[in-house]
Design a protein around this ligand. Structure first.
Ligand code: KIV
Ligand code: ZN
Length: 518
C-alpha cells in the first residue's frame, strides 16, 4: 500500500502575497470553498498579524470550511502566535504555522541573532503555540541554505516541544533536486524523534525546479507538500499543485504515494484563480494551459485516432476538462443550460440559474454557438458577491482615423443617474476618463488585458484591469462579446471593489505592499 501525501495549499498566503495576486475578503472565501471541493488537506488561509484584512479572512475561512485543516502563519513570537490563534480558534481543525529563518545568511543579516538564540526562539514559539493548539507546524525559513547539522538540531528540539509537522522550505528557489533530496534524507535519518512529526517540503520556483524538488523530497521521506494553484507565489512562484497532483496520480507506481486530491476539480480551481486575480497562465502550462491536451502534429493526431495512449499520458477528463457533446445556442432553454453547467461541475441554485440564463440569452443572441468556456466566463461574472455600487446604464463611443475619441457614459448609483463625457487616446481611455469624472476617484490604470475565452470572431472577450486608488490596488474583470463594453464594465467592477473595500475598511497590508511594488 502506498503512503498518503498531504497537500498543504498556500495560494491564499504565499501565493496571494506576490504582486498581481491579491484577493479581497469575498474572493478568498470563494477560493477556499473551491479548495474544499478539490479536497486539499490543509488550507493556509493567511498571515493574521499582517493586517486586519488577513485576520478577518482567516477567521471567516476557519468558520466556514469544516473538512480541511485551516492553518494561519505566524513568526516565532508570542504576539504573532496569539493573533493567529485568535483567528484560527473557530476552525474545526486548526493549525498554527510558525517559522523562523535558520540559515547563517538570514541570522547574520536579517535577524542579527546567534544560532543558539534562534533555537531558543523556535522552541519557545512551538511551546507557546502548543498551549492553544494540538497541531503545530514549524518551518525553518531558508532551510536549503542552512547548515544541515543545525537544521537537524532545531528540528529535534521543536519536535520534542510537540511540533506535529516540520517544514523544510527552499525559500529562495536555490536548491536542485539532488541537494534538496539529500537534505530531506539526512533529516529523516538523523533526527532521532522524526517519527513523531510529518516532514514537509515547500519549494519556490526561481530555477524552475519547485515541482522536481518537491517530488525528490517525497522520494526521500517527506509526506506533506506545500504548493499553490497555477504555481503562483513570491517571485517565480511556488510548486504548482496541479503538476504535483497529476504527477502523483499518473506516476504513483514510481513514487509509491497517493494523495486525496479530487483531480477533476483542478481545471475549475485554476480558472477560478485566474478570474479572481487576473493572473493569466501561459498556453503551454502543464496540466491547465490551453494547449496541455491539444494534439496538433499530424503524426500525433493519427496516433491519437488509432489509440489515445500513443500520445496521451492522462486524459483531459481526469483534470476536469469536459468535452461537450452538446453546443448551446439561442434555442437552448433553461433546462439545457442547467444540465450543461451540471456536466461542467457547477450545481446552480435557481437564483444563480436565473441570473446566468439572463446573460446567456443575450450572449446567444450575439453568437451562434455558446461554448463551455463562454459559459464559465458568464458564471464567474454572475457568481461575484460584490456589491455593485455603480452600475453601467448607457455608454456611447465615437472613434476612428483622424477623429478625437470621445465617450459618454451613464452610471446608476442607487436611484440616481449620472452621466458625463470625456475625450481620450482611444475609446477605452475616453470611457475610463468619463467614469472617473462621474465617480470622482483619481484612478491610476496599472494593467489592462483582454483575452478571448473561446473561438471565432464573435468569441467572448474577458477583460482584466488592475487599478490603484490612493495607493491601494484593486482588480476588475468582465466578460462580453463587445470588447469596449467588457473594458468599461471591468473598470467599473474594479471601482466597485475599491468602494466596497472603503466600506469594509479593508486596508490590507498585502494590497499596500503590492501598490508599493508597482
Ligand atoms: O518560503 C518560505 O520560507 C515560506 C515560509 C514562511 C514557510 O513561505
Ligand atoms: Zn514560501
Amino acid at each position: 500500500m502506498s503512503d498518503r501525501i498531504y497537500i498543504f495549499y498556500t495560494t491564499l498566503r504565499d501565493g496571494e502575497q506576490s504582486p498581481g495576486c491579491s484577493m479581497n475578503f469575498n474572493e478568498k472565501i470563494r477560493m477556499a470553498r473551491q479548495l474544499e471541493r478539490l479536497q486539499v488537506d490543509v488550507i493556509e488561509a493567511g498571515f493574521p498579524v499582517a493586517s486586519e484584512g488577513d485576520f478577518e479572512s482567516v477567521k471567516e475561512i476557519a468558520k466556514q470550511i469544516r473538512t480541511c485543516t485551516i492553518a494561519g502563519l505566524s513568526r516565532a513570537n508570542k504576539r504573532d502566535i496569539d493573533r493567529a490563534w485568535e483567528a484560527l480558534k473557530h476552525a474545526a481543525k486548526p493549525r498554527i504555522h510558525t517559522f523562523i529563518a535558520t540559515s547563517d545568511i538570514h541570522l547574520k543579516y536579517k535577524l542579527k541573532k546567534s544560532r543558539a538564540e534562534v533555537l531558543e526562539s523556535a522552541v519557545n514559539a512551538v511551546r507557546h503555540a502548543k498551549t492553544y493548539c494540538e497541531d503545530v507546524e514549524f518551518s525553518c525559513e531558508d532551510a536549503s541554505r542552512s547548515d544541515v547539522d543545525y537544521l537537524c538540531q532545531i528540528i529535534e528540539a521543536v519536535i520534542a516541544e510537540g511540533a506535529t509537522v516540520v517544514n523544510i522550505p527552499d525559500t529562495v528557489g536555490y536548491a536542485i533536486p539532488n541537494d534538496y533530496g539529500r537534505i530531506i534524507k539526512t533529516i529523516v535519518e538523523k533526527v532521532p524523534n522524526i517519527a513523531n512529526a510529518v516532514v514537509s517540503v515547500h519549494c519556490h520556483n526561481d530555477l524552475g525546479m519547485a515541482v522536481a524538488n518537491s517530488l525528490t523530497g517525497v522520494l526521500n521521506g517527506a509526506r506533506q507538500i506545500e504548493c499553490t494553484v497555477n504555481g503562483i507565489g513570491e517571485r517565480a512562484g511556488n510548486a504548482s499543485l496541479e503538476e504535483l497532483a497529476m504527477a502523483i496520480r499518473t506516476r504513483s507506481e514510481a513514487l509509491n504515494v497517493h494523495s486525496n486530491i479530487n483531480t477533476e476539480e483542478i481545471y475549475k480551481s485554476s480558472k477560478l484563480l485566474v478570474s479572481l486575480t487576473g493572473m493569466h497562465i501561459q498556453r503551454n502550462k502543464a496540466i491547465v494551459g490551453e494547449n496541455a491536451f491539444a494534439h496538433e502534429a499530424g503524426i500525433h493526431q493519427d496516433g491519437m485516432l488509432k489509440n489515445s495512449i500513443t500520445y496521451e499520458i492522462m486524459t483531459p477528463q481526469s483534470v476536469g476538462i469536459k468535452h461537450s457533446t452538446l453546443v448551446l445556442g439561442k434555442h437552448s432553454g433553461r433546462h439545457a443550460l442547467k444540465q450543461r453547467y451540471a456536466e461542467l461541475g457547477y450545481a446552480l441554485s435557481d437564483k444563480e440559474l436565473d441570473a446566468a440564463y439572463a446573460v446567456f440569452t443575450k450572449v446567444a443572441d450575439e453568437k451562434k454557438q455558446v461554448f463551455d468556456d463562454d459559459l464559465v466566463a458568464i458564471l464567474q461574472d454572475e457568481m461575484s458577491t460584490l456589491e455593485e455600487t455603480y452600475k453601467l446604464e448607457t455608454f456611447q463611443v465615437t472613434s476612428g482615423l483622424n477623429l478625437v475619441p470621445t465617450a459618454t457614459v451613464g452610471l446608476k448609483k442607487g436611484n440616481e443617474f449620472f452621466q458625463d463625457s470625456a475625450t481620450g487616446d482611444g475609446p477605452v481611455d475616453a470611457s475610463y476618463r468619463a467614469i472617473e469624472r462621474i465617480t470622482g476617484f483619481g484612478v491610476e490604470l496599472l494593467d489592462y488585458s483582454i483575452k478571448s475565452v473561446a473561438w471565432g470572431r464573435d468569441a467572448i472577450g474577458e477583460v482584466f484591469v488592475k487599478i490603484a486608488i490612493d495607493g491601494y490596488v484593486f482588480n476588475g474583470r468582465s466578460a462580453s462579446t463587445d470588447v469596449i463594453t467588457g473594458s468599461v464594465k471591468a473598470y467599473i467592477n474594479a471601482i466597485n471593489h475599491a468602494v466596497s473595500a472603503r466600506y469594509r475598511k479593508e486596508q490590507d497590508s498585502s494590497v499596500r505592499k503590492e501598490a508599493q511594488a508597482v
